[in-house]
Ligand binder design. Structure first.
Ligand code: NAP
Ligand code: MG
Length: 404
Protein backbone atom coordinates (compact mmCIF):
# COMPACT_ATOMS: atom_id res chain seq x y z
CA UNK A 1 0.00 0.00 0.00
CA UNK A 2 1.20 3.48 -0.81
CA UNK A 3 1.60 5.80 2.15
CA UNK A 4 -1.03 8.50 2.68
CA UNK A 5 0.40 11.93 1.89
CA UNK A 6 -0.06 15.04 4.00
CA UNK A 7 0.12 18.63 2.76
CA UNK A 8 0.22 20.76 5.94
CA UNK A 9 2.32 19.73 8.92
CA UNK A 10 0.65 18.66 12.12
CA UNK A 11 2.12 20.33 15.22
CA UNK A 12 3.44 17.50 17.40
CA UNK A 13 4.01 18.17 21.11
CA UNK A 14 5.91 15.33 22.73
CA UNK A 15 5.73 14.83 26.49
CA UNK A 16 6.84 12.85 29.51
CA UNK A 17 7.14 9.49 31.22
CA UNK A 18 4.85 6.59 30.29
CA UNK A 19 2.88 8.57 27.75
CA UNK A 20 6.12 9.52 25.99
CA UNK A 21 6.85 5.80 25.62
CA UNK A 22 3.34 5.16 24.26
CA UNK A 23 3.69 8.15 21.93
CA UNK A 24 6.65 6.59 20.13
CA UNK A 25 5.03 3.15 20.02
CA UNK A 26 1.85 4.58 18.47
CA UNK A 27 3.88 6.37 15.82
CA UNK A 28 6.04 3.33 15.04
CA UNK A 29 3.27 0.74 14.99
CA UNK A 30 0.20 2.53 13.72
CA UNK A 31 1.08 5.78 11.98
CA UNK A 32 4.48 5.79 10.25
CA UNK A 33 3.85 2.54 8.32
CA UNK A 34 0.73 4.03 6.68
CA UNK A 35 1.16 7.80 6.58
CA UNK A 36 3.97 9.93 5.23
CA UNK A 37 3.82 11.73 8.58
CA UNK A 38 4.52 15.41 8.25
CA UNK A 39 4.86 16.98 11.68
CA UNK A 40 6.52 20.02 13.14
CA UNK A 41 8.03 18.51 16.27
CA UNK A 42 8.26 20.26 19.66
CA UNK A 43 9.72 18.36 22.58
CA UNK A 44 7.77 19.41 25.67
CA UNK A 45 9.43 16.69 27.76
CA UNK A 46 10.49 18.31 31.04
CA UNK A 47 14.27 18.10 30.35
CA UNK A 48 13.83 20.07 27.12
CA UNK A 49 11.48 22.59 28.74
CA UNK A 50 14.25 23.15 31.27
CA UNK A 51 16.90 23.51 28.54
CA UNK A 52 14.84 26.07 26.64
CA UNK A 53 13.60 27.86 29.78
CA UNK A 54 10.10 26.77 28.71
CA UNK A 55 10.37 28.71 25.43
CA UNK A 56 9.54 25.45 23.60
CA UNK A 57 6.02 25.51 25.08
CA UNK A 58 5.41 29.04 23.82
CA UNK A 59 6.85 28.13 20.39
CA UNK A 60 4.61 25.07 20.17
CA UNK A 61 1.48 27.08 21.02
CA UNK A 62 2.39 29.66 18.36
CA UNK A 63 2.92 26.87 15.84
CA UNK A 64 -0.62 25.63 16.54
CA UNK A 65 -1.81 29.17 15.82
CA UNK A 66 0.08 29.06 12.51
CA UNK A 67 -0.98 25.62 11.29
CA UNK A 68 -4.34 25.21 13.04
CA UNK A 69 -3.98 21.67 14.43
CA UNK A 70 -1.78 20.18 17.14
CA UNK A 71 -1.53 16.88 18.98
CA UNK A 72 -0.10 16.82 22.49
CA UNK A 73 1.33 14.09 24.68
CA UNK A 74 0.74 14.34 28.45
CA UNK A 75 3.36 16.41 30.27
CA UNK A 76 4.55 16.79 33.83
CA UNK A 77 3.39 19.90 35.64
CA UNK A 78 6.32 20.47 38.00
CA UNK A 79 5.82 20.62 41.74
CA UNK A 80 8.48 20.75 44.48
CA UNK A 81 9.21 17.04 44.17
CA UNK A 82 9.71 17.31 40.36
CA UNK A 83 12.05 20.28 40.78
CA UNK A 84 14.21 17.97 42.86
CA UNK A 85 13.81 14.93 40.61
CA UNK A 86 14.65 16.80 37.37
CA UNK A 87 17.09 19.32 38.91
CA UNK A 88 15.00 22.20 37.56
CA UNK A 89 16.16 25.80 37.72
CA UNK A 90 12.53 26.91 38.19
CA UNK A 91 9.14 25.40 38.86
CA UNK A 92 7.94 25.81 35.26
CA UNK A 93 4.23 26.50 34.81
CA UNK A 94 1.71 23.95 33.59
CA UNK A 95 2.25 23.59 29.80
CA UNK A 96 -1.50 23.24 29.32
CA UNK A 97 -2.04 26.51 31.18
CA UNK A 98 0.56 28.28 29.01
CA UNK A 99 -0.91 26.90 25.78
CA UNK A 100 -4.47 27.77 26.84
CA UNK A 101 -3.43 31.31 27.68
CA UNK A 102 -1.92 31.74 24.18
CA UNK A 103 -4.74 30.06 22.23
CA UNK A 104 -7.54 31.37 24.54
CA UNK A 105 -9.56 28.24 24.16
CA UNK A 106 -12.28 26.09 25.60
CA UNK A 107 -11.58 22.49 26.59
CA UNK A 108 -14.01 19.78 25.44
CA UNK A 109 -13.70 16.41 27.15
CA UNK A 110 -15.48 13.38 25.73
CA UNK A 111 -15.43 9.69 26.71
CA UNK A 112 -14.61 6.97 24.18
CA UNK A 113 -17.40 4.42 24.52
CA UNK A 114 -17.19 0.74 23.67
CA UNK A 115 -19.68 -2.06 24.26
CA UNK A 116 -18.50 -4.19 27.16
CA UNK A 117 -17.41 -1.25 29.29
CA UNK A 118 -20.70 0.03 30.68
CA UNK A 119 -21.19 3.47 32.19
CA UNK A 120 -22.19 3.36 35.84
CA UNK A 121 -25.31 5.28 34.82
CA UNK A 122 -27.24 2.59 32.97
CA UNK A 123 -29.22 4.88 30.67
CA UNK A 124 -26.14 6.65 29.21
CA UNK A 125 -25.94 5.32 25.65
CA UNK A 126 -23.93 8.10 24.00
CA UNK A 127 -20.98 10.21 25.13
CA UNK A 128 -21.52 13.32 27.21
CA UNK A 129 -19.02 16.03 26.29
CA UNK A 130 -18.16 18.59 28.92
CA UNK A 131 -17.08 22.04 27.78
CA UNK A 132 -15.24 23.81 30.55
CA UNK A 133 -14.64 27.54 30.56
CA UNK A 134 -10.96 27.49 31.47
CA UNK A 135 -10.62 31.13 32.52
CA UNK A 136 -11.11 33.13 35.71
CA UNK A 137 -13.58 32.69 38.58
CA UNK A 138 -12.23 30.94 41.67
CA UNK A 139 -9.03 29.93 39.78
CA UNK A 140 -7.95 33.58 39.60
CA UNK A 141 -9.55 34.74 42.83
CA UNK A 142 -8.04 36.96 45.52
CA UNK A 143 -8.73 35.67 48.98
CA UNK A 144 -7.62 35.82 52.56
CA UNK A 145 -8.59 34.91 56.08
CA UNK A 146 -10.34 37.68 57.94
CA UNK A 147 -8.58 38.00 61.32
CA UNK A 148 -11.47 39.39 63.36
CA UNK A 149 -14.35 41.92 63.53
CA UNK A 150 -14.43 44.56 60.78
CA UNK A 151 -16.11 45.53 57.52
CA UNK A 152 -15.43 43.87 54.16
CA UNK A 153 -16.28 45.91 51.03
CA UNK A 154 -16.26 45.41 47.28
CA UNK A 155 -14.89 48.55 45.62
CA UNK A 156 -14.48 49.44 41.94
CA UNK A 157 -12.40 52.42 40.86
CA UNK A 158 -12.56 53.30 37.16
CA UNK A 159 -9.59 54.22 34.93
CA UNK A 160 -9.82 57.91 35.81
CA UNK A 161 -9.58 57.10 39.50
CA UNK A 162 -13.27 57.69 40.27
CA UNK A 163 -14.85 55.27 42.72
CA UNK A 164 -17.98 53.93 40.96
CA UNK A 165 -19.09 51.12 43.27
CA UNK A 166 -18.76 50.40 46.96
CA UNK A 167 -20.82 47.57 48.44
CA UNK A 168 -20.57 46.03 51.87
CA UNK A 169 -19.85 42.32 51.57
CA UNK A 170 -20.19 41.62 55.28
CA UNK A 171 -19.78 43.28 58.65
CA UNK A 172 -17.65 40.70 60.39
CA UNK A 173 -18.28 40.21 64.13
CA UNK A 174 -15.72 37.38 64.30
CA UNK A 175 -12.88 35.86 62.19
CA UNK A 176 -13.81 34.38 58.81
CA UNK A 177 -12.86 34.13 55.14
CA UNK A 178 -13.18 36.49 52.18
CA UNK A 179 -12.79 36.07 48.42
CA UNK A 180 -13.02 38.30 45.35
CA UNK A 181 -13.27 36.81 41.87
CA UNK A 182 -13.89 38.06 38.35
CA UNK A 183 -14.49 37.19 34.75
CA UNK A 184 -14.45 39.19 31.51
CA UNK A 185 -17.20 39.63 28.90
CA UNK A 186 -14.62 38.95 26.17
CA UNK A 187 -13.64 35.60 27.68
CA UNK A 188 -17.25 34.56 28.27
CA UNK A 189 -18.08 35.48 24.67
CA UNK A 190 -15.24 33.39 23.24
CA UNK A 191 -16.29 30.51 25.50
CA UNK A 192 -19.84 30.79 24.13
CA UNK A 193 -18.65 30.90 20.50
CA UNK A 194 -16.34 27.92 20.98
CA UNK A 195 -19.28 25.93 22.40
CA UNK A 196 -21.72 26.87 19.63
CA UNK A 197 -19.12 26.15 16.95
CA UNK A 198 -18.19 22.79 18.47
CA UNK A 199 -21.87 21.83 18.71
CA UNK A 200 -22.26 22.60 14.99
CA UNK A 201 -19.06 20.72 14.06
CA UNK A 202 -20.04 17.61 16.02
CA UNK A 203 -23.79 17.90 15.34
CA UNK A 204 -24.80 17.76 18.99
CA UNK A 205 -27.21 19.76 21.16
CA UNK A 206 -25.68 22.25 23.58
CA UNK A 207 -26.73 22.72 27.21
CA UNK A 208 -25.40 25.52 29.36
CA UNK A 209 -25.93 25.75 33.09
CA UNK A 210 -25.11 28.22 35.85
CA UNK A 211 -26.76 29.61 38.98
CA UNK A 212 -28.32 32.87 37.77
CA UNK A 213 -31.18 32.76 40.31
CA UNK A 214 -28.69 33.21 43.14
CA UNK A 215 -25.94 35.09 41.30
CA UNK A 216 -28.05 37.77 39.65
CA UNK A 217 -25.12 39.73 38.15
CA UNK A 218 -22.22 37.30 37.81
CA UNK A 219 -23.88 34.13 36.56
CA UNK A 220 -26.66 36.07 34.88
CA UNK A 221 -24.06 37.78 32.69
CA UNK A 222 -22.91 34.35 31.45
CA UNK A 223 -26.50 33.40 30.66
CA UNK A 224 -27.18 36.67 28.80
CA UNK A 225 -23.97 36.60 26.75
CA UNK A 226 -24.66 33.01 25.65
CA UNK A 227 -28.23 33.88 24.65
CA UNK A 228 -27.31 37.08 22.77
CA UNK A 229 -24.55 35.36 20.78
CA UNK A 230 -26.77 32.38 20.05
CA UNK A 231 -29.64 34.52 18.75
CA UNK A 232 -27.40 36.79 16.67
CA UNK A 233 -24.90 34.33 15.23
CA UNK A 234 -25.90 30.68 15.56
CA UNK A 235 -29.67 30.18 15.82
CA UNK A 236 -30.23 29.88 12.06
CA UNK A 237 -27.52 27.22 11.64
CA UNK A 238 -28.75 25.30 14.70
CA UNK A 239 -32.28 25.32 13.25
CA UNK A 240 -31.03 24.14 9.86
CA UNK A 241 -29.31 21.15 11.48
CA UNK A 242 -32.18 20.45 13.88
CA UNK A 243 -29.96 21.16 16.90
CA UNK A 244 -31.04 22.73 20.18
CA UNK A 245 -29.40 25.19 22.54
CA UNK A 246 -30.85 25.77 25.96
CA UNK A 247 -29.90 27.26 29.30
CA UNK A 248 -30.95 25.72 32.58
CA UNK A 249 -30.03 26.05 36.25
CA UNK A 250 -27.07 23.89 37.25
CA UNK A 251 -29.24 21.92 39.71
CA UNK A 252 -31.72 21.09 36.99
CA UNK A 253 -28.88 20.25 34.58
CA UNK A 254 -27.38 17.73 36.99
CA UNK A 255 -30.72 15.93 37.33
CA UNK A 256 -31.32 15.97 33.56
CA UNK A 257 -27.80 14.73 32.77
CA UNK A 258 -28.21 11.70 35.03
CA UNK A 259 -31.58 10.84 33.48
CA UNK A 260 -30.44 11.44 29.89
CA UNK A 261 -29.09 8.98 27.37
CA UNK A 262 -26.15 11.26 26.52
CA UNK A 263 -25.17 12.55 23.10
CA UNK A 264 -24.91 16.28 23.91
CA UNK A 265 -22.44 18.93 25.02
CA UNK A 266 -22.73 20.32 28.53
CA UNK A 267 -21.11 23.73 28.85
CA UNK A 268 -20.00 24.55 32.39
CA UNK A 269 -18.42 27.47 34.18
CA UNK A 270 -14.83 26.88 35.27
CA UNK A 271 -15.41 25.29 38.67
CA UNK A 272 -18.50 23.32 37.62
CA UNK A 273 -16.56 21.95 34.64
CA UNK A 274 -13.60 20.95 36.80
CA UNK A 275 -15.79 18.96 39.17
CA UNK A 276 -18.37 17.63 36.71
CA UNK A 277 -15.79 16.40 34.21
CA UNK A 278 -14.22 14.17 36.87
CA UNK A 279 -17.64 12.90 37.88
CA UNK A 280 -18.70 12.22 34.30
CA UNK A 281 -15.42 10.56 33.29
CA UNK A 282 -15.46 8.26 36.31
CA UNK A 283 -19.09 7.37 35.65
CA UNK A 284 -18.23 6.52 32.03
CA UNK A 285 -15.70 3.96 33.23
CA UNK A 286 -12.09 5.07 32.90
CA UNK A 287 -9.90 8.16 32.76
CA UNK A 288 -7.80 6.21 30.25
CA UNK A 289 -10.72 6.39 27.78
CA UNK A 290 -11.25 10.15 27.91
CA UNK A 291 -10.18 12.52 25.14
CA UNK A 292 -9.74 16.22 25.36
CA UNK A 293 -9.60 18.91 22.71
CA UNK A 294 -8.83 22.59 23.10
CA UNK A 295 -10.73 24.71 20.58
CA UNK A 296 -9.79 28.35 20.16
CA UNK A 297 -12.17 31.06 18.97
CA UNK A 298 -10.08 31.46 15.78
CA UNK A 299 -10.63 27.78 14.99
CA UNK A 300 -7.35 26.22 16.16
CA UNK A 301 -7.48 22.71 17.60
CA UNK A 302 -5.22 20.90 20.04
CA UNK A 303 -5.95 17.22 20.78
CA UNK A 304 -4.76 15.24 23.79
CA UNK A 305 -5.65 12.48 26.23
CA UNK A 306 -7.34 13.69 29.41
CA UNK A 307 -5.07 11.65 31.68
CA UNK A 308 -1.55 12.47 32.86
CA UNK A 309 1.83 10.86 32.28
CA UNK A 310 0.92 7.75 34.35
CA UNK A 311 3.96 8.10 36.61
CA UNK A 312 3.37 4.95 38.66
CA UNK A 313 3.51 2.79 35.53
CA UNK A 314 6.61 4.62 34.28
CA UNK A 315 8.59 3.89 37.44
CA UNK A 316 7.75 0.21 36.97
CA UNK A 317 8.73 0.42 33.28
CA UNK A 318 12.11 1.93 34.26
CA UNK A 319 12.72 -1.07 36.51
CA UNK A 320 12.20 -3.28 33.49
CA UNK A 321 8.79 -4.52 34.61
CA UNK A 322 6.06 -5.09 32.04
CA UNK A 323 3.40 -2.36 31.99
CA UNK A 324 -0.12 -2.48 30.70
CA UNK A 325 -0.86 1.22 30.25
CA UNK A 326 -3.89 2.04 28.13
CA UNK A 327 -2.84 3.89 24.95
CA UNK A 328 -6.39 4.43 23.60
CA UNK A 329 -6.89 8.08 24.62
CA UNK A 330 -3.43 9.00 23.30
CA UNK A 331 -4.16 7.15 20.05
CA UNK A 332 -7.47 9.02 19.73
CA UNK A 333 -5.63 12.30 20.23
CA UNK A 334 -3.61 11.40 17.11
CA UNK A 335 -6.62 10.23 15.12
CA UNK A 336 -8.62 13.32 16.13
CA UNK A 337 -5.80 15.59 14.98
CA UNK A 338 -5.15 13.67 11.73
CA UNK A 339 -8.87 13.60 10.88
CA UNK A 340 -9.10 17.36 11.48
CA UNK A 341 -5.97 17.96 9.35
CA UNK A 342 -7.56 15.85 6.61
CA UNK A 343 -10.79 17.80 6.86
CA UNK A 344 -9.07 21.20 6.70
CA UNK A 345 -6.80 20.19 3.81
CA UNK A 346 -9.43 18.25 1.86
CA UNK A 347 -7.50 14.99 2.27
CA UNK A 348 -10.32 12.43 2.52
CA UNK A 349 -7.87 9.55 2.62
CA UNK A 350 -6.23 10.89 5.76
CA UNK A 351 -9.56 11.41 7.55
CA UNK A 352 -10.78 7.95 6.48
CA UNK A 353 -7.56 6.35 7.73
CA UNK A 354 -7.93 8.07 11.12
CA UNK A 355 -11.49 6.78 11.48
CA UNK A 356 -10.44 3.27 10.43
CA UNK A 357 -7.75 3.32 13.08
CA UNK A 358 -10.29 4.32 15.74
CA UNK A 359 -12.59 1.48 14.66
CA UNK A 360 -9.68 -0.98 14.76
CA UNK A 361 -8.88 0.02 18.34
CA UNK A 362 -12.49 -0.39 19.46
CA UNK A 363 -12.85 -3.68 17.53
CA UNK A 364 -9.76 -4.98 19.33
CA UNK A 365 -11.36 -4.27 22.70
CA UNK A 366 -14.70 -5.71 21.56
CA UNK A 367 -12.85 -8.91 20.66
CA UNK A 368 -11.65 -9.12 24.28
CA UNK A 369 -8.07 -7.86 23.87
CA UNK A 370 -7.37 -4.89 26.17
CA UNK A 371 -5.07 -3.35 28.74
CA UNK A 372 -5.35 -4.27 32.42
CA UNK A 373 -7.34 -1.21 33.50
CA UNK A 374 -10.16 -2.15 31.12
CA UNK A 375 -10.03 -5.89 31.81
CA UNK A 376 -11.09 -5.07 35.38
CA UNK A 377 -14.23 -3.33 34.09
CA UNK A 378 -15.04 -5.73 31.25
CA UNK A 379 -18.60 -7.06 30.94
CA UNK A 380 -18.46 -8.05 27.28
CA UNK A 381 -19.30 -11.39 25.68
CA UNK A 382 -15.76 -12.37 24.65
CA UNK A 383 -13.47 -13.36 27.54
CA UNK A 384 -11.07 -10.52 28.39
CA UNK A 385 -7.37 -11.02 27.71
CA UNK A 386 -5.21 -8.40 29.44
CA UNK A 387 -2.10 -7.57 27.40
CA UNK A 388 0.76 -5.06 27.69
CA UNK A 389 0.63 -1.76 25.81
CA UNK A 390 2.76 -2.85 22.86
CA UNK A 391 0.86 -6.11 22.37
CA UNK A 392 -2.37 -4.14 22.44
CA UNK A 393 -1.10 -1.78 19.73
CA UNK A 394 0.03 -4.77 17.65
CA UNK A 395 -3.43 -6.33 17.99
CA UNK A 396 -4.91 -3.03 16.79
CA UNK A 397 -2.52 -3.14 13.84
CA UNK A 398 -3.78 -6.60 12.88
CA UNK A 399 -7.39 -5.38 12.94
CA UNK A 400 -6.38 -2.31 10.96
CA UNK A 401 -4.56 -4.39 8.30
CA UNK A 402 -7.62 -6.63 7.99
CA UNK A 403 -9.84 -3.60 7.37
CA UNK A 404 -7.66 -1.82 4.78
P1 NAP B 1 -2.38 10.18 35.76
O1 NAP B 1 -1.10 10.20 35.04
O2 NAP B 1 -3.60 10.44 34.95
O3 NAP B 1 -2.52 8.77 36.48
C1 NAP B 1 -3.32 8.54 37.61
C2 NAP B 1 -3.67 7.05 37.69
O4 NAP B 1 -4.76 6.79 36.81
C3 NAP B 1 -2.55 6.12 37.25
O5 NAP B 1 -1.67 5.85 38.28
C4 NAP B 1 -3.35 4.92 36.79
O6 NAP B 1 -3.85 4.15 37.88
C5 NAP B 1 -4.56 5.57 36.13
N1 NAP B 1 -4.34 5.87 34.70
C6 NAP B 1 -4.30 7.09 34.11
N2 NAP B 1 -4.11 6.96 32.80
C7 NAP B 1 -4.02 5.64 32.54
C8 NAP B 1 -3.80 4.88 31.36
N3 NAP B 1 -3.64 5.47 30.17
N4 NAP B 1 -3.75 3.54 31.46
C9 NAP B 1 -3.90 2.93 32.65
N5 NAP B 1 -4.12 3.58 33.79
C10 NAP B 1 -4.16 4.93 33.75
O7 NAP B 1 -2.39 11.27 36.93
P2 NAP B 1 -1.29 11.60 38.06
O8 NAP B 1 -0.59 10.36 38.48
O9 NAP B 1 -2.01 12.42 39.03
O10 NAP B 1 -0.24 12.55 37.34
C11 NAP B 1 1.00 12.11 36.78
C12 NAP B 1 1.68 13.27 36.08
O11 NAP B 1 0.88 13.68 34.97
C13 NAP B 1 1.88 14.50 36.95
O12 NAP B 1 3.22 14.95 36.83
C14 NAP B 1 0.92 15.54 36.39
O13 NAP B 1 1.46 16.83 36.45
C15 NAP B 1 0.75 15.10 34.97
N6 NAP B 1 -0.56 15.41 34.36
C16 NAP B 1 -0.54 15.88 33.09
C17 NAP B 1 -1.74 16.13 32.42
C18 NAP B 1 -1.67 16.64 31.01
O14 NAP B 1 -0.61 16.80 30.45
N7 NAP B 1 -2.79 16.88 30.40
C19 NAP B 1 -2.96 15.86 33.05
C20 NAP B 1 -2.94 15.35 34.35
C21 NAP B 1 -1.74 15.12 34.99
P3 NAP B 1 -3.08 2.87 38.49
O15 NAP B 1 -1.71 3.36 38.91
O16 NAP B 1 -3.96 2.49 39.62
O17 NAP B 1 -2.99 1.82 37.41
MG1 MG C 1 -10.90 18.21 38.33
Amino acid sequence: MEKIQMTTPLVELDGDEMTRVLWQQIKDELLAPYIDLKTEYYDLGLPHREETKDQVTVDAANAIKRYGVGVKCATITPNAQRVEEYKLSRMWKSPNGTIRAILDGTVFRAPIMVEGISPVVKNWKKPITIARHAYGDVYKATEYRVPGPGKAELVFTDESGKETFRETVYDFECPGVLQGMYNKDSSIASFARACFQYALNTRQDLWFSAKDTISKQYDHTFKDIFQDIFDAEYKTRFDELGLTYFYTLIDDAVARVVRSEGGFIWACKNYDGDVMSDMVSTAFGSLAMMTSVLVSPEGNFEYEAAHGTVTRHYYRYLKGEETSTNPVATLFAWTGALAKRGELDGLDGLTRFARALERAALDTIRAGVMTKDLAGLWEGAAPARAVNSLDFLRAVREKLEASL
